[in-house]
Each structure stands twice: as structure tokens, then as C-alpha cells.
Design a protein around this ligand. Structure first.
Ligand code: NAD
Ligand code: ZN
Ligand code: ZN
Length: 341
């Protein structure tokens, strides 16, 4: 084995990633080294690379938190994984295990968590170091490419549906039919929930229709509040995955009385909530952050059972900056995935 690997590295915010040779990591106690085959490109990676968020990671940084591949090295004390095992590397690199949130099984809220491709090196690389307790076993019938988007987009949209508290026969409106949204549609259907899909792109709405959304609305041309209220008398829940703040402003008005709006998109900014409507209509607004390890296993299980399938646009690692541009311009069909091995 050579001792260096190829990786896409962010050196300064707003600049393209650089393809570089980096040392292959060695596992410490409780860690594993994974040879990466595929890595999804989440819009979060774009936010990080542009420096959109107030919290900034230390640079240089290898991005990526939807990695899939094979365990090649085990650190001491790792007993539940084997060499050659097929695994996924999620956003949650590690959590403290001791805080109130960790003890409640809500480790995705741990204030001491570390995140793959943010506080530690990520999966846009031929090899990555991972904490054995936080990698997930991949079901045998999922290939590396269709599994990768589930590591963040899948678990995030699946968990959002649970947080939305929608039930079979009810309606969810999904705002933004990209990486997260195209999976949210499928998880909703698998749960027996009707879907209204909203986007600014006709291509995304066509995909939503193919994936089974019963209602599609182009918010560029149509007033989403009027359309949703007219067509389905309001949604029981709205899930907002758009990465632009203006997409959030109309979401409360789309809800039915008693409805829940789940916020997933992470554009910087804020939006106004009309107090009287929110109170009189008994509205809940809730943020939702990725999911727990248990949520991730469940999210993968839906795909293993054939109920959810990520659509992928595959790019070689060296085209990562082109893939970023395609994502920023709204040209990705489902999820962009890097071919690394
Ligand atoms: P994406 O680009 O694949 O999908 C976003 C979709 O929103 C696109 O289809 C785009 O056309 C659509 N859109 C843009 N403006 C819109 C508008 N005004 N109205 C309706 N639709 C609009 O991005 P993604 O990878 O799915 O990520 C989306 C956001 O979710 C990002 O901000 C990302 O950081 C965030 N995210 C959050 C979590 C979490 O845990 N909450 C996890 C992953 C990603
Ligand atoms: Zn992500
Ligand atoms: Zn903790």
C-alpha cells in the first residue's frame, strides 16, 4: 500500500477545493480506517466551502460526510467491525456519551459532538479515519453509490418526517426537491403519507412527480400558500429543505390548524412567524438536525427493503468543483455522488 492518498481539500473559504496527496490516516484505539468508494455531496459542504455559516471549521479541511466504503484497518479494542466490512461514514463523527442528550439517546444534539468533514477530515478522500462506534454497517443489497446519499440526506429527511408527526393518510408539503427533498418524498410515501412537492425548478418537480408526489407546485410562478390551501386545505406538516432563506417565509401559511413546520435547510438568515396565526392555528415550528445512529439504521433499512432509492449523478473526485457548481445552480438530479475508488 502507498502511504499517501488523494483528497479534495478546502484551503480558504470561497475558493475551489484543491486535489492533493495527503498521508493515509492510522487508526488509534476504537477507530477504523475506511477505504472510500463513494461520497455524496451535501449542500452543507457548499455552505462550509463558501463560509456561509457563522461557525467556521479550521482549515485546511477535507470535506464530505456521506461516505461509503470498506473497513481496511482496525484500531485496538474494535470488536464489532471486521476488515472488509461495508460501512457508511455519517456527519456525526463522535459524541461525548456523557451529556444529558447523549444519555437520552439524542446524541445528534450533543454539544461536544465532532462532525465528519467539518471538525475532522471528511470523505472526499481515498481513506478516512472514523470512530468505530459511529460508522454504520451497510445492508448487503445496497450498492455504495445508492447508499451514500442516505448517510446524511436520507437520515435527515427520514428523521424530519418523524419530527413532523404526520400519519398515514395525511399530507406533507416538501419544500425543495434536491438531495434531501427527493428522499423525503419517498420516505413519506413509505409511511403512507401524501406529498405535495414545491420547488423553483420544473425539472425537480418532474422528478417529484415521478417519485410519486401527488401535487407539484412551482413557487416561482405560483403562490404556494394559496395553492396548498386550495388543493389540500393546508398541509399537516411542511418540511423545508431549501438552502435559501426566502423559501422559509411562506411555509407557515401552508399549514393546517395544528400543523408542524420542520426546518432542515441551513441558509443564514431568519424569517418572520405571524404571532396571531401561529397561536390561533396551534402551529409548531421545529428545527431538526440530521438524526441519531438509530435513525440512520432505520433510514438505511427502508432502502434495503426497496422502499427508498436515492437518485444519483456521479462525478469523479477530480470533478468535485464542477459538481459543486452544478449543485449551486440547481442542476443535480437527486444527489451528486463522487466516485473515489
Ligand atoms: P439541494 O440543492 O440538493 O436541494 C435544495 C432544493 O431546494 C433544490 O432542489 C432547489 O431547487 C430548491 N430550492 C431552492 N430555492 C427554493 C425556493 N425558494 N423554494 C423552493 N425550493 C427551492 O440541497 P440539499 O443537499 O438537499 O440541502 C438543502 C439544505 O439542507 C442545505 O441548506 C443544507 O445545508 C441543509 N441540510 C440540513 C441538514 C439538517 O440536519 N438539518 C442536513 C443536511 C443538509
Ligand atoms: Zn449533509
Ligand atoms: Zn454528549
Amino acid at each position: 500500500m502507498t502511504h499517501t492518498m488523494r483528497a479534495a481539500v478546502l484551503h480558504s473559504f470561497g475558493e475551489p477545493l484543491m486535489l492533493e496527496e495527503r498521508p493515509i490516516p492510522e487508526p488509534g484505539p476504537g477507530q477504523v480506517v475506511v477505504r472510500i468508494v463513494a461520497s455524496g455531496i451535501c449542500y452543507t459542504d457548499l455552505h462550509i466551502a463558501r463560509g456561509d455559516w457563522p461557525g467556521k471549521p479550521p482549515l485546511p479541511l477535507i470535506l464530505g460526510h456521506e461516505g461509503t466504503g470498506e473497513v481496511i484497518e482496525l484500531g485496538s479494542g474494535v470488536t464489532h467491525l471486521k476488515k472488509g466490512e461495508r460501512v457508511g461514514i455519517p456527519w456525526l463523527y463522535t459524541s461525548c456519551g456523557q451529556c444529558d442528550y447523549c444519555l437520552e439517546g439524542r446524541e445528534n444534539l450533543c454539544p461536544h459532538q465532532q462532525n465528519t468533514g467539518f471538525s475532522v477530515p471528511g470523505t472526499y478522500a481515498e481513506y478516512v479515519l472514523a470512530e468505530a462506534a459511529y460508522v454504520v454497517h451497510l445492508p448487503n443489497n445496497l450498492d455504495y453509490y445508492e447508499a451514500a446519499p442516505l448517510l446524511c440526506a436520507g437520515v435527515t429527511s427520514y428523521t424530519a418526517l418523524k419530527e413532523a408527526e404526520v400519519h398515514a393518510g395525511q399530507w406533507v408539503a416538501v419544500v425543495g426537491i434536491g438531495g434531501l427533498g427527493h428522499l423525503a418524498i419517498q420516505y413519506a410515501h413509505a409511511m403512507g403519507v401524501h406529498v405535495a412537492a414545491l420547488d423553483i425548478s420544473e425539472e425537480k418537480l418532474l422528478l417529484a412527480h415521478e417519485l410519486g408526489a401527488e401535487v407539484t407546485i412551482n413557487t416561482h410562478y405560483q403562490n404556494p400558500v394559496a395553492r396548498i390551501q386550495h388543493l389540500i386545505s393546508g398541509a399537516h406538516a411542511v418540511i423545508v429543505t431549501a438552502a435559501t432563506a426566502d423559501a422559509f417565509t411562506k411555509t407557515i401559511g401552508m399549514l393546517r390548524r395544528g400543523g408542524t413546520c420542520v426546518l432542515l435547510g441551513l441558509p443564514p438568515g431568519d424569517f418572520a412567524i405571524p404571532i396571531i396565526d401561529a397561536v390561533l392555528h396551534h402551529i409548531t415550528v421545529r428545527g431538526s438536525l440530521v438524526g441519531t445512529r438509530k435513525d440512520l439504521r432505520e433510514a438505511l433499512h427502508f432502502a434495503a427493503e426497496g422502499k427508498v432509492k436515492a437518485m444519483t449523478d456521479i462525478y469523479p473526485l477530480e470533478d468535485v468543483n464542477y459538481a459543486f457548481t452544478q449543485l449551486a445552480q440547481g442542476h443535480i438530479h437527486g444527489r451528486a455522488v463522487l466516485r473515489i475508488a
